[in-house]
Design a protein around this ligand. Structure first.
Ligand code: 13P
Length: 248
């Protein structure tokens, strides 16, 4: 049985005091859930949010991490810096990182390998663009992202990996993939993981859907066989909505 995940991705939103206010608004309401609750916050508030959520079931993670431990990489954050503040989770390969910051399947792979080396859990993001779906090549695109992301990643690392399928055309647009389309792609990703690894890994890996997840559609998405949770942008910014998502 895979434990469901509701993960908020705050992107470039919120100050520290707004982050604290959010935690005050959710912590008692999500404390008894069977869902794993994660929030990926801006780097400026990683340490304070990590400290503020101590003793709760809320996992605080980074939105990105560099693949080198140190060096001349202005503006980047290394795995050692995350470990230094006790942060053990990060998103890797979000489509906005790929689109605006030149992340490639190769850098994504290097980041995953480096995270594994440092015992940092990863949520790997994959997903196709609208024109790729219109050309009916979405499965090839996602398969290539998966195969390249996991090059040299061993089966025993998989308890530290979650995958999020986020079709780019559904992010921040209000357009959700239909629950059937999302489930079909997620089942496809699971079968590719079986091809790359084995049945046990593919049955156990958690695969989330992201793209305009909100209280109105979360239950239907979560009722699909292969969808194990949501990676949520806009609706994760409001405490009340986020609580509704966790308690779907
Ligand atoms: P929205 O939920 O705002 O569509 O964002 C999805 C996303 O990109 C989460 O990583």
């Amino acid at each position: 049985m895979r434990k469901p995940v509701i993960a908020g991705n705050w992107k470039m939103h919120k100050t520290i005091s707004e982050g604290f206010e959010f935690i005050d608004g959710i912590k008692d309401k999500v404390k008894d859930t069977d869902v794993e609750v994660m929030i990926f916050v801006p780097c400026t508030m990683l340490k304070s949010m990590k400290d503020y959520t101590k003793g709760t079931n809320i996992v605080i993670g980074a939105q990105n991490m560099h693949f080198e431990e140190k060096g001349a990489f202005t503006g980047e954050i290394s795995p050692l810096m995350l470990k230094d503040i006790n942060v053990k989770n990060t998103l890797i390969g979000h489509s906005e990182r790929r689109e605006y910051f030149n992340e490639t399947d190769e850098t994504v792979n290097k980041k995953i390998l480096k995270a594994m080396e440092h015992d940092i859990d990863v949520v790997l993001c994959v997903g196709e663009k609208l024109e790729e779906r219109e050309k009916n090549i979405e499965k090839e695109v996602v398969k290539e992202q998966i195969v390249k992301a996991f090059a040299d990643v061993s089966a025993k690392m998989f308890d530290k990996i979650v995958i999020a399928y986020e079709p780019i055309w559904a992010i921040g647009t209000g357009k959700t993939a239909s629950s059937k389309d999302a489930d079909e792609m997620i089942a496809f990703i699971r079968s590719e993981i079986e091809n790359l690894y084995n049945d046990e890994i593919s049955e156990n890996v958690r695969i989330l859907y992201g793209g305009s997840v909100k209280p109105a559609n979360v239950e239907e998405l979560m009722n699909q066989d292969d969808i194990d949770g949501g990676l949520v942008g806009g609706a994760s910014l409001e405490a009340e909505q986020f609580v509704e998502l966790v308690n779907f």
